[in-house]
Design a protein around this ligand. Sequence first.
Ligand code: SF4
Length: 215
Amino acid sequence: LKRINISLDTLHADRFHEIARADMFARTMDGIEASREAGLWPIKLNMVVMQGHNDDEVVDFARLAREKGYEVRFIEFMPLDGDNIWTNEQVVPSRRIQEQIEDLFPLEPVKDTRPGPATRFKFADGRPGGVGFISSVSQAFCTTCNRVRLTAEGGLRTCLFSLNETPLRDLMRSGVSDERIGSVIETAIWHKEEGHLINKPGFVKPAKNMSQIGG
Ligand code: SF4
């Protein structure tokens, strides 16, 4: 393990409690520092931006990135919340977040050699750290998506919004050969979803929320 991604949606202890429903703000912040002391680098902080909940903190997160050298990823709010409170009105488009940050801290794009979900930027004045925007709703990047996920229960999910999983754990426990498991994985990936249908007719929210899927 050389680097780490940490979910952090607010820099206020009271809001943290409201969003995460756990009194763990101080522990989370200590954990970020401990990760740094342990040599894990880069440290990426993932912030899901929600209108009316934490959207007034995006500049504070950019400031933190500059002060500590962290990479902050601003993620548009997707309908994968456990509380079922998602509405399109709560999605803050990346473009708006970027404008707020650039009012204070001008940004320069970073060219990525490998495809990834985030559009990355560094600070134009040369300060360390950087920011990235994951525009999962306003500019979905499903056509270039190269992600699959394995849940803690051994289910292979080919999209965050998959309605079905391939149960690899059960398959492994049944004693089949590695070749058979490999071919099941390959078949699942060939059937990877073309993308999500958020805000389109036919959208069905998956039964599992983001924390059950594994981010
Ligand atoms: S295909 Fe699924 S996992 Fe990939 S970017 Fe689209 S919604 Fe996300």
